[in-house]
Write a protein that binds this ligand. Structure first.
Ligand SMILES: Nc1ncnc2c1ncn2[C@@H]1O[C@H](COP(=O)(O)OP(=O)(O)OP(=O)(O)O)[C@@H](O)[C@H]1O
Length: 484
């Protein structure tokens, strides 16, 4: 009595394979049907399913493994791949035969050549697994990758061809987290629906921790600048700067065991009355952050703004209160330090200089895009729902280009030098490159855009276009900012 339903089920399967195959641009001509296993009593009992898939250049998108009791089971179906789209093979299905060859006693490595040898179509005899079929519904988890990944160079990946290569900063849709070690993901908006394997968050973090414990416990030091922030309009040479590090919780501090792997992100579109995201500019001293900021301001003073810094020095005749600086008393300044009102502050010539959080808020409240340069360790202080910072890293080009492009550039010299302005030396360039590298190693996962400042006009065009794009297009922001 079982044979009929089985036969019709089989036909249904074959037809649905044919449909799927034809729709997905496989070879639409199916080879003749295999003989039906109508007399196979054992198969009937176990409701064996026979599946034929026509081979194409595309991989099948499934992996197999030995199960606990010696059989072969389908370990993984890559979402969106050929096997998944056929709807006929599922994770947990037991593999009985491949092209008529019994495979239960074989090792997975022995089965792959059978598949490779088959021409045109592959026939599988499977016993459907008991595992409940998961609806292949689209999961809506998106992550920004915080490291580069090349599956070809990963000895641990179960199948190199199934891996998904990505660069730090790419946005991926996670389509399966069922496996603790290997997630399935696809590039956001990739027309290719087939998912690829990527290391899970747990795996990536464990691997990094094992690979370089010393780097985690003694993170590479980014040389602290010796001067004041450029936004105070003074050279940073010879001065000490402080930030509101005291406010950091232990887990956020620079020594925290923080291994960047993936950051969950959500799409974000600014609402008409909402303030713009705060644009933070980061880069080694002398790289051209002030220059780019100045050019942006000049290009559209109605649209871009910078916070007005505070100082305790006397107001000069040509200066206007609240325009060049907020002029405050030493007492008031120190009170504000204690109340963590400053993003950064420093001392120069016996006077304090600093940028307050409120002065950033004032620019944003004017519906302007606020540009602020900070030392990279300060980013975390502003990494909040309120500011939604967009971090741009300004990076020097290689030595040769630096020498060429800065031939005529002048920098403020340090106090010990006889002239107030001098040209860059090779030592300055080396310093710049080294500091940039250290910044990128340690804080690179926070940088959303890297601008290489080789030719100044090109760098400016690039940053301008990038900021315009940011205002027009959907942004991907950390999920934590959206939840708050
Ligand atoms: N791409 C470039 N080509 C040539 N000169 C440049 C370029 N970018 C910047 N400069 C010049 O280099 C000098 C230093 O630039 P800038 O003052 O903007 O550096 P900075 O990153 O703000 O560093 P600091 O905070 O130490 O001043 C300036 O004279 C600037 O005009």
């Amino acid at each position: 009595p079982c044979s009929k339903p089985l036969v019709s089920l089989l036909f249904q399967n074959l037809l649905s394979v044919h449909d799927t195959v034809a729709k997905k641009d496989y070879d639409p001509k199916l080879p003749p049907l295999p003989p039906l296993p109508a007399d196979d009593e054992e198969d009937k009992e176990d409701s064996v399913r026979i599946i034929r898939l026509v081979k194409s250049k595309e991989p099948l998108g499934a992996t197999i493994k030995k199960d606990g009791i010696g059989g072969i089971v389908v370990a993984r179906i890559m979402r969106g791949g050929a096997a998944d789209r056929s709807g006929l093979i599922h994770e947990g299905d037991k593999l009985r035969e491949v092209n008529g060859v019994p495979v239960e006693d074989k090792r997975p490595e022995e089965i792959v050549p059978i598949l490779a040898k088959s021409d045109g179509a592959v026939t599988f005899k499977v016993i459907p697994g008991t595992k409940e079929e998961l609806e292949a519904e689209d999961t809506k988890i998106f992550v920004r990758t915080l490291f580069d990944y090349n599956p070809k160079e990963d000895p641990a990946i179960p199948c190199k061809d199934a891996g998904l290569e990505f660069r730090r900063g790419d946005v991926l849709q996670i389509v399966s987290q069922e496996d603790d070690t290997w997630w399935q993901a696809r590039r956001h908006e990739d027309p290719n629906l087939r998912a690829g394997l990527i290391p899970s968050k747990q795996l990536q973090e464990r691997r990094v921790a094992l690979q370089r414990p010393e780097a985690l416990f003694h993170p590479a030091r980014v040389p602290k600048p010796t001067g004041l922030r450029r936004s105070f309009r003074l050279s940073r040479k010879d001065h000490k700067i402080h930030d509101t590090q005291a406010r950091w919780t232990k887990s956020e501090g620079p020594r925290a065991r923080n291994i960047p792997s993936y950051q969950e992100v959500v799409p974000y579109n600014r609402k008409p009355r909402e303030s713009y995201r705060l644009v933070l500019l980061v880069g080694p001293s002398g790289v051209g952050v002030s220059e780019l900021k100045r050019k942006l301001l000049l290009s559209d003073p109605e649209h871009f703004g910078v916070p007005v810094p505070h100082t305790t020095r006397e107001c000069r005749r040509y200066e206007r209160k609240g325009v060049e600086y907020h002029f405050v008393s030493r007492h008031a300044f120190e009170k504000d330090i204690l109340n963590h009102k400053f993003i950064e502050y420093g001392e120069h010539g016996g006077n304090y200089y600093g940028t307050s959080i409120d002065s950033v808020r004032r620019v944003l409240a004017e519906s302007k895009v606020c540009l602020q340069d900070v030392e990279p360790h300060v980013i975390k202080i502003l990494y909040t729902t309120e500011f939604k910072p967009y971090v741009v890293f300004v990076k020097p080009p290689a030595m040769q280009q630096l020498r060429l492009s800065r031939r005529r550039a002048k920098i403020l010299s340090s106090r010990n030098e006889p002239t107030p302005m001098r040209t860059f030396s090779d030592a300055d360039f080396e310093d710049m490159i080294k500091t940039a590298q250290a910044m990128e190693n340690k804080y690179g996962y926070l940088f959303e855009k890297i601008i290489i400042n080789d030719d100044l006009a090109l760098a400016f065009t690039e940053i301008r276009a990038e900021l315009a794009r940011l205002e027009k297009e959907t942004n991907w922001i950390p999920k934590t900012w959206a939840q708050a």
